[in-house]
Design a protein around this ligand. Structure first.
Ligand SMILES: [Zn+2]
Ligand SMILES: [Zn+2]
Length: 109
């Protein structure tokens, strides 16, 4: 029984590959140190790709529900300024390519 336990407490670190001891409590641990944990999470952070609803730029975020690439785009799209609308209308009338927020597109349709 003792032998079995000892075999189970040695593991290879998922980040640096070094062998390290784990306690039965930390059975799922797969990284040898805080440093490796930090590095591993840096390289394995989950990211989601999205397209900004305002400027159309692709961006990566850590939440799948994010709609805008930046705070600025968020506030521009959600609280569109009157002068922005004026510029937008001019562009639309001239047939120029421009980015139109989703809610304005819905109004035009
Ligand atoms: Zn390590
Ligand atoms: Zn944007």
């Amino acid at each position: 029984m003792k032998e079995n336990n000892e075999r189970n407490t040695l593991r290879h670190c998922s980040y640096c590959g070094k062998e390290f001891q784990i306690t039965p409590k930390a059975y799922h641990q797969h990284l040898c140190s805080d440093e490796c944990r930090r590095m591993w999470h840096n390289t394995h952070r989950k990211t989601y790709n999205g397209i900004c609803n305002y400027c159309g730029k692709t961006f990566t975020g850590n939440k799948p529900i994010k709609k805008y690439c930046s705070r600025e785009c968020f506030s521009r799209a959600e609280f569109y300024k009157q002068e922005d609308i004026a510029v937008l209308c001019q562009k639309l009338m001239k047939g120029e390519a421009c980015r139109v927020p989703e809610w304005i597109k819905k109004l035009i349709k």
